[in-house]
Design a protein around this ligand. Structure first.
Ligand SMILES: Nc1ncnc2c1ncn2[C@@H]1O[C@H](COP(=O)(O)OP(=O)(O)OP(=O)(O)O)[C@@H](O)[C@H]1O
Ligand SMILES: [Mg+2]
Length: 432
């Protein structure tokens, strides 16, 4: 008989806990043709075997044992999560109703009084094992189902998050396009009027110059001339003359800036545009920086170190979206004053954009989670936790990658790597 030897679990295992060696041997002979049988001569040993590996599928437990009786063993089995679910059948010489009730109340599945009839033992063991098998199967199925539901829920949340973001981007895009359109018109005519005004100004000053030559021909004390001199002095004509040039030049510069912002807004308005084209990432960065200037300019110094990079085949408006998310995150990570450094460059067939900030940094525990949809450490209303998840997705579609380096208290660098032409890589991969 294979007793107490650790064995490979091929057949079901019954643990017989009884201090009477004769009873153990009898039960062993009865059960062994059908099951593997472990024997425990004491309550303490029974607990050890039950918690070990392989675990018994069923325990036949004697009530009357020295030191620790069967009731105590059962209480301890139920207290331990590792042994709680093993069905226990009491086999006892105590055959009063009270004893039987006590055993069942404590959680035994069955109570068989000695002397027992062997076929009854076999039938009960068989039934309880069958029940245990069904229960285990149900539990496993349940766990699989729960995992599946969990997975579906997460997938759903992700899709919804992306949809939400797309809708948000589309709405912002529409708004930006509308504003750009409205501003575009007045910007056009004010710019053109300023140009004309500049020409008129020159003409008027030329006419005035001609008048001034006539002044020389007048008698110096002529009343009209004195009046003109007084008026010139009162209006500070000398200053007006020099300031006019500057005013018009400044206004023209201002209008050029507005025109640039309008054109950037127009680019941005097409953020949902999935068109693949050859784009200059340095230009993309400049446009995006124009859009986020307000987030940055009051508390950050901006350093630019653009490399000489080739155009990249990409969905430009989507890549701008990535740069925008990274720049806003960098600005938001700087609580008071700090620096944002934007670098671009090329290594082999890849182009990179690195956005470094001297902000709060990201604790190691969070670093694993920042690309998860809805992961945010920002207060409600400030962050949705979608920026990096969406950026990750976009960069992946370009067969690129995003690297992060961060030190808490010092700052963070996000580096986006993009193949110059991901389509070529695709073709090469397909060919190989
Ligand atoms: N440059 C950074 N410095 C420090 N922490 C950062 C930086 N970038 C991202 N994080 C951390 O990663 C989290 C997730 O960033 P993500 O851009 O996905 O969401 P968010 O900025 O919180 O919200 P959203 O971008 O949707 O408005 C942030 O809440 C922040 O904790
Ligand atoms: Mg963000």
């Amino acid at each position: 008989m294979n007793m107490n030897q650790p064995i490979e679990k091929t057949r079901e295992i019954i643990l017989v806990a009884d201090d009477d060696a004769g009873d153990v041997a009898a039960l062993g002979r009865l059960l062994h043709p059908h099951y593997d049988v472990f024997a425990a001569p004491s309550g303490e040993r029974a607990l050890q075997i039950a918690a070990g590996i392989p675990k018994p599928d069923l325990i036949l437990l004697d009530v009357l044992m020295p030191e620790m009786d069967g009731y105590e063993v059962l209480i301890r089995l139920r207290d331990n999560p590792a042994t709680r679910d093993i069905p226990v059948i009491f086999i006892s010489g105590l055959d009063s109703i009270e004893d039987e009730e006590k055993g069942l109340e404590l959680g035994a599945v069955d109570y068989i009084a000695k002397p027992y009839r062997p076929p009854i033992i076999l039938a009960r063991v068989h039934t309880w094992l069958e029940l245990k098998r069904s229960r285990d199967r149900l539990r496993d199925q349940n766990a699989i189902l729960e995992a599946e539901v969990d997975k579906r829920l997460k997938e759903n949340q992700q899709v919804q998050g992306q949809l939400l973001h797309s809708e948000k981007m589309a709405a912002i895009g529409q708004l930006a396009a509308g504003i750009a359109h409205e501003i575009n018109n007045p910007v056009g005519f004010v710019t053109s009027n300023l140009k004309t005004l500049d020409i008129y100004k020159r003409d008027i000053l030329e006419i005035l110059d001609t008048y001034e030559t006539l002044e020389a021909a007048c008698a110096p004390d002529a009343e009209a001339l004195l009046k003109i001199h007084a008026l010139k002095q009162q209006k500070d004509f000398g200053f007006i003359r020099t300031d006019l040039d500057q005013l018009i030049a400044e206004s023209q510069q201002g209008m050029a800036r507005v025109a640039k912002i309008v054109s950037d807004l127009k680019d941005f308005a097409h953020a949902e545009n999935k068109e693949w084209l050859w784009a200059d990432l340095n230009n993309g960065l400049d446009s995006t920086l124009n859009i986020v200037r307000n987030e940055i300019k009051y508390h950050c110094t901006l350093n630019k170190a653009y490399g000489d990079i080739p155009k990249v085949y990409c969905m430009a408006s989507q890549i701008n979206q990535v740069l925008l998310n990274l720049l806003v995150n960098a600005a938001q990570a700087i609580p008071e004053k700090g620096e944002i450094t934007v670098r671009t460059g090329q290594e082999g067939e890849e182009v990179f954009v690195a956005i470094a900030d001297t902000g709060s940094g990201i604790p190691a525990g969070n670093l694993k989670r920042i690309f998860e949809p809805f992961f945010t450490t920002k207060p409600v209303g400030k962050g949705t936790g979608l920026g990096l998840a969406i950026s990750f997705d976009i960069v992946q579609k370009h067969k690129g990658r995003i690297e992060v380096e961060s030190t808490v208290g010092k700052g963070t660098t996000f580096t986006v790597w993009l193949p110059v032409n991901s389509q070529v890589e695709d073709a090469a991969r397909k060919a190989s």
